[in-house]
Design a protein around this ligand. Structure first.
Ligand code: ADP
Ligand code: MG
Length: 699
């Protein structure tokens, strides 16, 4: 009997060449890998159709009957072979375009067959190309399950002759001969408690289920196991992290914070803001390095939270930094914080790629001798030359814009790492975030400041354009400003640029000077020109801002009341939501108009519909998740943690929670896995290769 880690090459029917293909195409290297290569769907082979009662579509069906005649028909290239197949109710033609010489030899006339294949309808007549055929006498012995597994495959495998059939045979072979070698991977008390079947049985039944009921119980046992070990590793790793990394202790709240809070804060904080600040303060006093994710919908007021936290750092004699993904956003942060901090003793500076050398030197110096309290910037902050005297906290805005490597540079410089707060407006459903990132601490600002009117969202196409323009003119007349956003200009995509420039030209005609003034900002402009244009808009010297998605993140112009998104079908949901968040920041009613072509894919339709229907970032994130799958969640692309074999983070979310709670409970009861009944967990864990990438995101 073979062990589970035996190389797949040694399985009967594989050999070196097939082993190489299986490894390259499907990442199957061992017996174990093949047994954990699960069917993507099943076909019910307990059902037979009568020929006069076939479904009128291209589904796969199974029929019992006899071949009564065979003929050859000439066609453009070569011949095709056609067999007349009959049951008591009618006949159907079976067709072979290739390989029929060999097939003909094995076909027997007037014997009972079971055939299986996909229907093809032509002129109201059904035929079946290249059916699978089995003599009925053999069929009974051969089919070991009612459900027939269909495995995911690749073009290359099929071309190289590793068809469904071949994979089915390999798996069947393995199950017959080796499945008993697969040791149990869950403790007996869990099997008892959840009434799970054994590992060996589950593997057998997931590949060859005898009924839907058995299939379901095999699947839930395997899904649970997959989640359980994923969660177990996450939780253990987090405990290690927390024990290991010491952090600065911010023990007090002093005058800097208190004076600002009493005298300068322009509004009272929302309950959510207060709660979040408390959560962060707890971390800062704990003696361990904080790694917290702050989620809050666009406009929920994350900036002020960041400022207050930075003031606490200053009260504890530390410096603070706030990093933004774009120069525009960094300088906006700088301007608004500068304004808020006027007439206080807090020293704040801005450092970006376009800061002049002379100013740069001054900043570097003030940073090193500790005169400077807060440094705002872009990734220019990550340069080697930028040395803080004592950076206590690094706040990163809109994290999904950053590469992992860039972030870690920031604290390699110091011995004790600064606390890290990552702010994002791209929400992840909370339970999901916990499940994926383990105990990465997550704070959520879950309500907006009072008095906000939800943005009204409409979906229009070109036939409505004139009416849209009239509407915009009315809004401008009332003193409001308007954004027009075009899809991102990518370096190589000349087309996008042309769209934007064409748009600019036609808007200039529809909104002529001097009555209307237009700003334009796009990725190909120099930073200085961008901020000049931006500034004109902020100062209301222009009423219309034409832009690519550079304005997506964080721009704050409360007087802007209309957001027009051109070619909206080309944007992702979270991007659309972010863009919409640029309006609705003042007290007046705001609008978001999604312009699109009239031919839309189903997915694009769903995106636009969702935007029209909902203003809630969490709802939108859920739909986005369903449309695109969890692979696109921030930080998870590199992690591999979501490469689950059978479980689905979204569909099986309930089971995920159960698995997580179970793992938590066991770790609490038996942290070092010393109990006899938990040895099986210990053994299984050590056999798992842990994908270390996810920890780049967290630590
Ligand atoms: P985001 O979370 O998208 O970064 P901002 O921090 O830019 O949001 O805040 C959006 C707007 O809401 C800003 O104009 C800010 O001054 C305002 N704001 C933030 N908190 C409050 C509050 N508690 N009450 C009233 N207005 C607030
Ligand atoms: Mg912001």
């Amino acid at each position: 009997m073979s062990g589970t880690h035996t190389a797949i090459e040694y399985l009967k029917g594989v050999g070196p060449e097939r082993a190489r293909l299986l490894k390259e195409e499907l990442d199957i290297k061992t017996f174990q890998d093949l047994l954990h290569f699960f069917p993507s769907r099943y076909i019910d082979r307990s059902q037979f159709y009568n020929i006069n009662n076939l479904p009128q579509n291209n589904s796969e069906v199974q029929i019992k009957g006899k071949i009564s005649d065979i003929e050859y028909i000439n066609q453009k290239r070569g011949k095709r072979m056609v067999a007349l197949f009959q049951d008591e109710t009618g006949f159907i033609k079976l067709v072979w375009f290739r390989g029929y010489k060999w097939i003909r030899e094995s076909l027997k006339l007037n014997e009972n067959y079971v055939i299986f294949g996909r229907l093809n309808w032509f002129n109201g007549q059904a035929n079946m190309p290249h059916p699978e055929m089995e003599l009925e006498v053999n069929f009974q012995n051969k089919i070991i399950a009612a459900f027939y597994p269909i495995y995911p495959s690749t073009e290359k495998l099929i071309n190289k002759g590793i068809s469904q059939r071949v994979i089915q045979k390999l798996v069947a072979n393995l199950i017959e001969n080796s499945v008993e070698a697969f040791k149990e991977t869950l403790p007996q008390y869990l099997l008892d408690h959840y009434k799970f079947i054994s590992k060996a049985k589950a593997l057998k039944e997931v590949h060859y289920p005898v009924s839907q009921k058995n299939l379901s119980r095999a699947q839930s046992r395997l899904k649970f196991e997959e989640f359980f070990y994923m969660q177990f590793q996450l939780i253990l790793k987090n405990i290690q992290r927390k024990n290991k990394i010491k952090g600065f202790i911010f023990s007090k709240v002093g005058n800097t914070f208190n004076d600002f809070y009493k005298k300068k804060l322009p509004f009272s904080l929302t309950l959510a803001q207060k709660r979040v600040i408390k959560e962060i303060r707890n971390d800062l006093g704990s003696g361990r390095q904080m790694n917290r994710l702050l989620q809050g919908d666009v406009g929920s007021g994350k900036t002020i939270v960041a400022l207050l936290i930075m003031l606490i750092a200053i009260d504890n004699n530390f410096q603070a930094s706030l990093v933004a993904p774009t120069e525009i956003l960094a300088s906006q942060h700088y301007q608004s914080l500068l304004e808020l901090l006027r007439n206080t003793s807090v020293k704040i500076e801005l450092l970006t790629g376009s800061t002049r050398l002379k100013d740069r030197k001054v900043i570097h110096e003030a940073l090193q001798n500790g005169e400077l309290n807060i440094l705002i910037g872009t990734h220019a902050l990550f340069e080697e030359k930028v040395q803080f005297k004592n950076l206590g906290i690094a706040i990163i805005d809109e994290q999904h814009r950053f590469g992992v490597a860039q972030r870690s540079k920031l604290w390699e410089k110091n011995k004790t790492p600064p606390h890290v707060l990552v702010m994002t407006a791209t929400p992840i459903p909370r339970t999901l975030a916990m499940s994926i990132y383990g105990d990465l601490d997550v704070s959520v600002i879950d309500n907006l400041p009072p008095g906000r009117k939800p943005v009204k969202t409409l979906h229009c196409n070109d036939s409505n354009r004139l009416r849209v323009f009239d509407f915009i003119k009315k809004q401008i007349k009332e003193g409001h400003q308007v954004y027009f956003v075009y899809p991102l200009i990518q370096e190589s995509e000349k087309l996008d640029y042309k769209d934007l420039m064409d748009g600019y030209e036609s808007l200039s005609r529809s909104f002529p000077q001097p009555q209307y003034q237009i700003s334009i900002v796009h990725g190909k402009m120099k930073a200085g020109d961008k901020s000049f244009e931006m500034k004109r808009f902020v100062e209301r010297k222009t009423q219309i801002m034409i832009a690519t998605t550079v304005i997506e993140v964080g721009v704050n112009v409360p007087n802007a009341s209309v957001m027009i998104i051109e070619s909206a079908e080309r944007f992702g949901l979270s991007q659309l939501h972010q863009l919409r968040g640029r309006v609705g920041r003042g007290s007046d009613q705001s609008y978001c108009i999604l312009m699109s072509g009239s031919k839309l894919s189903e997915e694009a339709k769903t995106r636009l519909k969702t935007m029209v229907k909902s203003n809630d970032g969490f709802d939108i994130a859920e739909v986005d998740l369903r449309l695109r799958g969890p692979g696109n969640l921030m930080g998870t692309q590199q992690s591999g943690i979501l490469k689950l074999k059978i479980a689905d983070i979204i569909k099986d979310n309930t089971l995920l929670k159960v698995a997580r709670d179970t793992a938590n409970e066991i770790i609490k009861q038996d942290p070092n896995l010393e109990r006899t009944e938990n040895q099986v967990i210990k053994r299984t864990l050590s056999a798992l290769r842990f994908d270390s990438n996810i920890w780049n995101f967290i630590s």
